[in-house]
Design a protein around this ligand. Sequence first.
Ligand code: B4P
Length: 192
Amino acid sequence: MLNLIIFGPPGAGKGTQSERLLQQYSLQHISTGDLLRAERAAGTDLGNQANEYIAKGELVPDAVVIGMVKNFMLAHTEAKGFIFDGFPRTTPQAEALDAMLADFNAQIGIVLGLEVNEDELVTRLLLRGQSSGRADDQDESTIRNRFQEYQNKTLPLQGFYQSQGKYQGVQGIGEVGAIYDSLCAKIDKVLG
Ligand code: B4P
């Protein structure tokens, strides 16, 4: 079972690269951003609560996100492996993920970090905001707040996974196909 995390700041290309990787390696995709937006679109209590945080560029509380991921994994016990996209984003989420995978007798094989500078990220997100309809991509101060959340709460996870020898950084600027090739090379090395 291959389980991988695609890691990086908002707009680094996690969703973009996940779409390709999951086909290549037959993995089940878990994007917490997509799951939260689906809850909001369905008008559930969870979705409405989450939207208050997303709209401000803040992280949604750990308990909400962890519960959602747990339910998703339990509904996909047939999966050959998971690609975690945008999860974990905090240390408690990372610890919960290790515990959930242990229940599957599994663990994280590799953490792929997309490394992109902040100016490029702002440009990408504002551009996406013109067509995506995502309010959190349309206002620069909300985007800057997302980066602040990333610096404070998510970036420490890089050290968490580096200390386990699992973190592999990749330059996330350039052609989508070239970045994808670099990611595959890292995965193939782990798979042997
Ligand atoms: P997400 O949906 O995870 O949003 P993201 O970080 O903005 O997206 P991603 O990095 O996947 O960017 P993409 O590939 O689309 O989260 C949204 C919000 O949900 C969070 O702010 C938070 O509030 C909440 N949330 C989600 N997960 C949570 C968790 N675990 N805990 C708490 N809260 C959580 O790429 C962005 C743009 O760049 C696209 O337009 C794409 O086309 C473009 N692009 C991609 N690669 C490119 C390249 N190489 N060159 C040029 N452009 C590129």
